[in-house]
Design a protein around this ligand. Sequence first.
Ligand code: ATP
Ligand code: MG
Length: 438
Amino acid sequence: MAKQAHQPALLQRLPDRVVEVLREIGELGDERGFQVYVVGGVVRDLLLGQITLDLDVAVEGDGIAFARLVADRYGAGLAVFERFATARLILPDGLKIDIATTRRESYVKPAALPAVTPASLQDDLYRRDFTINAMAIQLNPAAFGQLHDPHGGQRDLRAKAIRVLHEESFVDDPTRIFRAIRFARRFGFSLESSTRHRLEEAAATKLIQELSGPRLCNEILLLLGERDARKTIKSLVRLKLLRFLHPRLRYTKNGERVVAVLPRALAWWKKQSPDRMVERPLIYLMALLSQAGPVVLQSVIERLRLSTRHSKAVQWAGHKTNRLLHVLKQSKNVRPAEIYRLLADVPDDAIVLLVAKGLSLRTEAGADRLTRRLSQFLKHDRRATTILKGEDLKQLGLKPGPRFKTILDRLLDARLNGNVRTESDERAFVHRMVQKPG
Ligand code: ATP
Ligand code: MG
């Protein structure tokens, strides 16, 4: 039977308001005759002395009916996922709670989503990925704060070990391969030796290939979102997992150098554009792909079924940023308008990668020229506009048409290059242009 320990102090580490909500949820559980628990990551984090407000509640009984009850009590927003017997609540003060029916899962086919049947807390903890994630704290008043740890989660937290609950765990669900690396990186833990063995075995099969694009993509981005992504990538390479992105994808020395300087490129970006957020995990993925050719990039985009935004960024990972790098690092003078035209449609994430590529060069002078030019573009030129607009051209007697855009583009170039400043400069420039044929 489960090892149990009464640890009311554990929950008290959460903010008072959250403890109050959890107490009330426990009372509602008693009213309904349900046993209710917080489970998973939040318990692990509490034991590690960390506060997560990602609350997962498990109910022995009808979780969705219970979620409706809680939503009514608080006037919370509610989204119900019948197929998974789960519901998500958002309380008026913003607190998010996921409520699920405790379940047993059976894997009919490896790597596919499991079939779910309601079951006891014991079953529910047994279907989880690692011992450290397989603990629960009861919320019903008589046992409020009681810890359920049937698989030695506390022991493994102390031992800093990631351990699966049974031998087939990675085969049932190969996303756990990535999850194991993710938690190991995040907490500085090691894989327990038999777990490591099982993970390596599963990684050597084709199981990961069976994962859908969005699931694989999600795991990879979550993984690259942990601190020190450079080491994470090393683990992926060591386990030969890049082959699931593309069989010909290689992590070259150049790629490694780009990854190594990415933290500096990100810091540079934050200083330049503090109010424009970039997606760090995405940029690490781009760095990983930075030496790949267009065919491999396209195939990775399709394999991961990337969103439009992510696809656009990843298309810039390879030779397209190399071309920009070539122009922007050169010592020869490059006119601001030319830089503007090169960079106007480049996603921010690709600019960060470009800086990393620059910093990874051995020529410091080239990197300096690159960052100086980018800085000028980001801080000034990107926002430049002409004083005259289409309306003004009409008033000058010009007929609207494709020529308008050409004229306004040239005018903007002239402004960027410092050839026009005032409105009358602009009018004179337009006059000269329309007098010239073509
Ligand atoms: P994080 O802090 O990254 O959110 P977490 O432990 O909360 O970590 P989630 O992905 O939010 O992880 O999942 C919540 C819980 O659900 C986990 O703690 C684990 O018990 C269980 N879980 C999630 N994914 C799996 C999986 N693939 N296999 C088994 N159990 C899982
Ligand atoms: Mg979580």
